[in-house]
Design a protein around this ligand. Structure first.
Ligand SMILES: C[C@@H](c1ccc(Cl)cc1)n1cnc(-c2ccccc2)c1-c1c(C(=O)NCCN2CCN(C3CCCCC3)CC2)[nH]c2cc(Cl)ccc12
Length: 100
């Protein structure tokens, strides 16, 4: 029905398409496919940090990404998860809208 078609379209509306360097990081964390919601991108990035043990075991809000592809994308050696702004800046540079 019309509202279903609308729902499907709206459902697609909030998909984003990571650029290749970011997509490779998400796939290393187990992501499937090429378009995601922002929430999924954040989840996979969190998994990536966990899997690659980039966070400090004692100060668990600190991420040391220097020498990792994530650090290349962020242009940072380290950051605190308490200040997401560098991550949002990186996503602005590395995500395109996947709207139809
Ligand atoms: C609020 C949220 C967040 C989300 C986005 C941002 Cl830009 C900052 C902060 N957050 C809070 N701590 C973390 C975190 C900390 C250390 C290691 C991994 C993740 C996260 C991040 C998540 C996530 O999806 N988080 C789910 C719950 N997390 C709690 C922390 N948990 C671990 C903490 C270290 C010890 C093991 C559990 C994992 C699940 N995704 C991220 C992606 C990046 Cl680029 C950076 C950080 C995170």
């Amino acid at each position: 029905a019309a509202e279903d078609a609308c729902r499907i379209t709206l459902g697609q509306a909030n998909q984003v398409r990571p650029k290749l360097p970011l997509l490779k990081i998400l796939q290393a964390a187990g992501a499937q496919g090429e378009t995601f919601t922002l929430k999924e991108v954040m989840h996979h990035l969190g998994q990536y940090i966990m899997v690659k043990q980039l966070y400090d075991k004692r100060q668990q809000h600190m991420v040391y990404c220097g020498g990792d592809q994530l650090g290349e994308l962020l242009g940072l050696e380290s950051f605190s998860v308490k200040d997401p702004s560098p991550v949002y800046e990186m996503l602005k540079r590395n995500l395109t809208s996947a709207a139809m």
